[in-house]
Design a protein around this ligand. Sequence first.
Ligand code: ARG
Length: 588
Amino acid sequence: MKALIKTVADETAKAFAAAGYDESFGKVTVSNRPDLCEYQCNGAMAAKKTYGKNPREIAEDVAGALADSTIISSAEVAGPGFLNLKVSPAFLADYAQKMADSDRLAVDPAENPMTIILDYGGPNVAKPLHVGHLRSAIIGESLKRIGRFAGHKVTGDVHLGDWGLQMGLIIAELHERKPDLVYYDESYTGEYPEEAPFTISELEEIYPAASAKSKTDEDFRNEALEATKQLQQGRRGYRAIWQHIINVSVSDLKKNYAKLSVDFDLWKSESDAQPYIPDMIEKMKEDGVAVYDQGALIVDVKEEGDSKEIPPCILLKSDGASLYATTDLATIVERMKLFNPDKMLYVVDKRQEMHFTQVFRTARKAGLVRPETQFQFLGFGTMNGKDGKPFKTRSGGVMRLEELIGDINAEMLKKIVENKGYRDSEAEETAKIVGLSAIKYGDLSNQATKDYVFDVDRFTSFEGNTGPYILYTIVRIKSILERFRKDGGNAEDCRIAPAVSESEKTLMLHTAGFASAVETAWNETAPHKLCSYIYELSNDLNHFYHETRILAETDEEQKKSWIALLNLVKRVLEQSIDLLGFSAPERM
Ligand code: ARG
């Protein structure tokens, strides 16, 4: 179904044409003076030059042509020639009812669906998930859901970091601790044990210890470097340890992502891309795209018009080792081969922007993708503590994700119990559901590229622009619908009627803007715009609720139309939070 604003714009354009003006002047925006009108058209002012006429006169002509419109019920000329427009309540009710009748809430799927690989999450094997990875998971998951709802084929890839020095560090450290492990015996040719020689907690302790040691102990660092190299060259025993590290890590990661309602279609990793490197490099050398410079193999990616220096992309160091960029390029080769996507979208810390500029330019220059394949880097800002510095634990360490979730859930539980005045068996489950909304909405309601302050008190509040407030609104509707049902009503039989109050009309208008909100959030890769939309919608709902005695209404038909509207608002809110990656409890 055509978006409401588009319907209003088309109607206005038609009126321009009917009054003898070009219909391109019929553009319409949502009014910034909701007290005066709902939509606004400034086309008469723009038409002044073309027709050499007073804009007020033009506007009057258009208003005249709109007199019989069934879509626009009032068109008033204001100021130098603005057209203030109001939508017909009957048309609006009909529009809202059509949304209610559609299981997609009247959002049409994209006409040209794209195949998109979404690269998000990006955790590193063996290192515990920390808050830095939280943002990528939250934002990426939401974009995946919004993209799919918009009709695209979006495949989420976790792109596991499993090919770096951290692997060599663990292998070297484990060697010192357990030198007799069969993995280190080069003469061993038998099968390796199925069970890993460590648990996840051991692994999480081994890595930081090894990493710290490598900073002060040069011999150890060299051992780790050597182990990394031998692993990459395929030493059997090291490969076996590496596989254990991956298995143990991945099952732990999956558990943690599940707690966040984050789910990947692909568990591909940096190591999966390695087989593509040799041919890719050979071809780039042959084509003259890659050249040797002081022993290193590089690609010059400077472009005319660059406002800052873009250093060359290094493919191989002088010792022949490949780098992060090489892996990302080989991953692009792999993705083109396996999925031939129209677009690759990366949700990564904005400090990696230069890396991706180099990678994207190299990929184009080397023809690794089709000319029309799109690359997009969505770089997100840092999650800070109240002190404005990157979020830390109370003792100053790097905050682990599990701890952060635990803290939020505890705070949420406290508030829920306070709110109800008692603690019941549901409280803990509810706290988890609401806690997740606090974390995710707290993040998503900020523009992704900006840094933001993770403020537990604010994020868990039931008031203001927060996840719990949105859920509270949904739960409020659920409880009204439940009471209506208990009184013998059936919400599914109710139909939306023209609004009878300002607050009802505002609510209906806003509800009808859902398709536009989804479209904007997707086109601008901006989940925060969907957050603003549901925040305003929730405010409108609560305003309407406070002004209207819904269940006490004695006119049955009137009551039913309000129930139908509430039911629709509930569905719009529930669909929206699902697109943001969380859900609502039954009660709270
Ligand atoms: N593992 C990387 C990190 O922790 C993020 C990976 C992002 N994706 C990519 N294709 N490079 O910084």
